[in-house]
Ligand binder design. Structure first.
Ligand SMILES: C[S@@+](CC[C@H](N)C(=O)[O-])C[C@H]1O[C@@H](n2cnc3c(N)ncnc32)[C@H](O)[C@@H]1O
Length: 212
């Protein structure tokens, strides 16, 4: 008797395999994995948010993925971050779909219209590399922003947090984020934690919250 089997998983390609770290046999860093998780859900025309623009790497990826018909909302409280992001987006002709705010992400609800819904949001917690290390994301304001994003997340949408925590204040913020994530009701959300557990120097930890 012949056994028929069906396999419905997505066919792996070089782009979607979790081993595209330069070498095809390496696990993805938290940063690269965050990009893969965004690429899996974002489509042209969607809306997405970058809660910590920094140098604009993530904002540019979001703007590319949602395309000219989509919307990207970026927040950062440092003028340098907004300038750097604007420059990066301009170079790639991604400014038309991007709205950049020189504001803390805790103001998301005061800044965006009530009806703005998100397919994805990303936060890179910590400080802006090669800049003032005293300007860091903080537990309470981060929590406010995460709550705003979850409320606006569409079904099957993803909220991604990449927590850098090797600086003073970092462990406290990580604890807040972890507590926030692990207490989300499983009837409404799937929550993933992705972490290298044998590496030195506090490598970033990724959390992905998927709305059911
Ligand atoms: C790790 S960096 C982000 C890196 C960025 N994702 C990139 O691609 O370059 C963290 C950023 O968060 C910003 N930040 C700190 N507190 C913030 C707040 N309350 N709201 C928005 N941004 C904040 C900092 O100014 C800094 O640019």
């Amino acid at each position: 008797m012949q056994l028929m089997m069906s396999w419905s998983a997505e066919i792996p390609t070089k782009e979607n395999l979790p081993c595209a770290n330069g070498s095809e046999k390496m696990l993805l860093t938290a940063m690269r994995y965050s990009h893969l998780l965004l690429k899996e859900v974002l489509q042209p025309g969607d809306s997405a948010l970058d809660g910590t623009m920094g140098n604009g790497n993530d904002t540019a990826l979001l703007a590319e993925l949602v395309g000219a018909s989509g919307h990207v909302y970026g927040f950062d409280l440092q003028a340098l971050a907004v300038e750097n992001t604007k420059k990066r987006l301009a170079e790639k002709e991604l400014l038309p779909q991007s709205q950049l705010y020189l504001k803390g992400h805790e103001t998301i609800d005061q800044t965006l219209a009530e009806n703005v819904q998100l397919t994805a949001a990303i936060f890179n917690l910590g400080y802006l590399p090669k800049s003032d290390k005293n300007i860091i994301t903080l537990p309470e304001t981060t929590k406010i922003a995460l709550t705003s994003c979850l409320r606006r997340l569409k079904s099957k949408g993803r909220l991604i947090i990449v927590a850098y925590y090797g600086h003073p204040g970092g462990p406290e913020e990580l604890a807040t984020v972890e507590n926030f994530c692990e207490n989300l009701p499983q009837e409404q959300f799937n929550v993933l934690k992705y972490q290298f557990i044998n590496q030195k120097n506090s490598p970033p930890i990724l959390f992905c919250v998927e709305k059911k």
